[in-house]
Ligand binder design. Structure first.
Ligand code: 173
Length: 322
């Protein structure tokens, strides 16, 4: 009798201990997106999160809280910094309120896999750790140059008299091209176009169909400039709290996400064809003017980086450039 009772007690104890251990091993991370939920970036992220959660049972899980309705686009950076959420999908331009350096990532001219090899990725993380209390986890968008989309035709690279929707990505370059600029999150672009508040907007080569902007877009100016950076970020204390096993699992999934970045070149081809098909005309210039335009974008971008943060700009420039 006594032995039986004893065995039962022990087995209950062991069982509850092992359940406890399993529970202690699994961590669920809260993730938000600064980009719209129905857009291409989050669509691709959803696929990744499904795989992440399926393979990460008992180790690490991601709980997707949503897009800008959960946390407004320009507040996502602070939510990661302060630990309101554990992870986010965002672009540097959306969290310059955390640190101006965030927007420098648009200036990279080499792939993220090269950035991991030449020390750029590590240099980025040193700054992100120190200035934003963030771990820079992975870049899931590359090879997506930005363009100027317009409703009025221009015949030279001059935006005089035009009102253009921007984020910090485009500000100094478009000002240099004499534009009047208005900052909005992506979620307000459609109504700004509809109400005639703006004559155009900046956006990468892909994605204008996600929020139906093609309905209000007549021209795309070529060439593109910079490279759209969309990355996964993590609150630094939350990152540090992960066990070695969890960190290794996370890293494996992050590298597999970046390995999918070959998608973006294909997407560019598809989106150019799709824009042409709905009647969006391209505005382009001769080769010399196009080169001057693109060179000016980088010159202005780096000049502004140097002004905002001289030491970090000087450190990043050789690591980011071709
Ligand atoms: O909103 C934007 O135009 C912007 O800054 C951006 C950055 C990266 C990808 C897409 C848009």
């Amino acid at each position: 009798m006594k032995t039986k009772f004893f065995l039962k007690t022990v087995s209950v104890l062991v069982l509850s201990m092992s359940t406890h251990l399993v529970l202690a091993q699994e961590t669920t991370l809260k993730l938000v997106s600064a980009f719209a939920e129905n857009g291409i970036y989050v669509q691709r992220l959803q696929t990744w999160m499904t795989k992440f959660n399926a393979e990460g049972k008992g180790v690490l899980q991601i709980n997707f809280l949503g897009g800008p309705k959960a946390i407004p686009t320009f507040e996502v950076g602070n939510a990661v910094k302060t630990g309101v959420v554990d992870m986010a999908l965002s672009t540097g331009a959306f969290y310059t309120n955390v640190m101006p350096e965030a927007d420098f990532l648009k200036l990279t001219q080499i792939s993220v896999s090269e950035q991991r090899k030449n020390g750029a990725f590590e240099a980025i993380n040193a700054v992100w750790n120190e200035k934003a209390n963030m771990q820079y986890l992975a870049r899931m968008v590359e090879n997506q140059p930005f363009h100027i989309y317009l409703n009025k035709k221009i015949d030279k690279p001059d935006l005089s008299g035009l009102k253009i929707r921007i984020t910090p990505v485009y500000r100094d370059f478009f000002l240099e091209l004499n534009a009047n600029v208005i900052t909005t999150p992506p979620g307000e672009v459609y109504s700004a176009l509809e109400r005639g508040v703006v004559d155009g907007y900046g956006w990468p080569i892909g994605g204008i169909f996600d929020l139906n902007w093609q309905e209000k877009t007549k021209y795309r100016l070529d060439p593109g400039f910079y490279d759209a950076e969309v990355s996964l970020l993590m609150n630094l204390p939350a990152f540090k709290k992960l066990s070695d096993v969890q960190k290794a699992y996370l890293q494996k999934q992050l590298l597999s996400l970046e390995a999918e970045n070959t998608f973006w070149a294909r997407f560019t081809t598809e989106e150019i064809a799709r824009q042409a098909k709905v009647g969006i005309q391209t505005i382009s210039f001769d080769a010399a003017t196009s080169k001057t335009f693109k060179d000016k974008a980088y010159a202005v971008g780096w000049a502004s980086a140097q002004k905002q943060s001289p030491e970090i700009a000087a450190k990043f420039k050789p690591l980011f450039s071709k």
